[in-house]
Ligand binder design. Sequence first.
Ligand SMILES: Nc1ncnc2c1ncn2[C@@H]1O[C@H](COP(=O)(O)OP(=O)(O)O)[C@@H](O)[C@H]1O
Ligand SMILES: [Mg+2]
Length: 277
Amino acid sequence: MTVNHRVGGSSPSQGAIFRLTHAVTFDSASPAAPRTERTTYQERTAWIKRADDNKVTIWHRLQVILARLIPLTLLRPTVPRLGAPALLGEAERLHLFAAKGFWVPTVLHSSERELILSDEGQTLKMALDGTPDISTRVIMLEHGAVMLARLHSAQLAHGRPYTRDLLYDPASGKVGFLDLEEDPQARMTLADAQARDIWIYLCSAARHLDQDRGRINQLVQVYLQSRGIPLPTPLRTLTRILRPLRWILSTIRCAGMGKDVKSAVTVNAVLETYLTT
Ligand SMILES: Nc1ncnc2c1ncn2[C@@H]1O[C@H](COP(=O)(O)OP(=O)(O)O)[C@@H](O)[C@H]1O
Ligand SMILES: [Mg+2]
């Protein structure tokens, strides 16, 4: 097996509440082999994911505390499985998503210690980063919102649909799903998991849209119209509970505020406009 280059889950994730998910890890294992990397398998480009026994992050511990302070199931940590069960669970979910007709990598090989997946090209984040025109980025993100709506209509949830965990085909505008390791439905109801998906997706999208409320609202509209539903109740509850905090953060908006916090503040300000409807 030839190792080409290293890509891991260490880049900061988006979303204020979720921002530390992968940023700080209790990394007691030797850093010998990267967790996720491009490789060659049976003479074709593929990706290998290795079991990670150390995936409990400071953020997951913080989430436990936060979930106790704010009694919302959708704030529950969603990485209960470590090591082998996580990979086997991911393989299972990849099969399930594929069976329901969604674009996901093909599982070429799976064992307790590693998963080998077909290479599916670029992520939505890569495609957005390479697109200077914001109107085009809106269209790309609308494709993502439609696909998320379809996933939810199929009674599924992703768990953490950051733009770097979605696939994008520039030729067709098709969006797919990556990184299904977290199983949100093991920790919360489907409705909560889907509300969380929408919130994470919008927070992730906000940074590609220059924090523009109108454009973020366009994505909310596209999602709701695709599903033919009003804003889901758990998302309303989350928005209502976070409103005082959002208001304080908007008021003290300072230069040092991280992008993740800014995105969450902007997204929540947009979602608040739905509370009266
Ligand atoms: N099958 C694949 N096809 C294309 N890119 C992939 C594939 N699997 C992983 N990647 C790349 O590796 C990154 C990390 O993979 P991911 O499945 O999200 O694992 P992690 O748990 O390490 O975040 C992705 O954001 C993407 O850039
Ligand atoms: Mg990932």
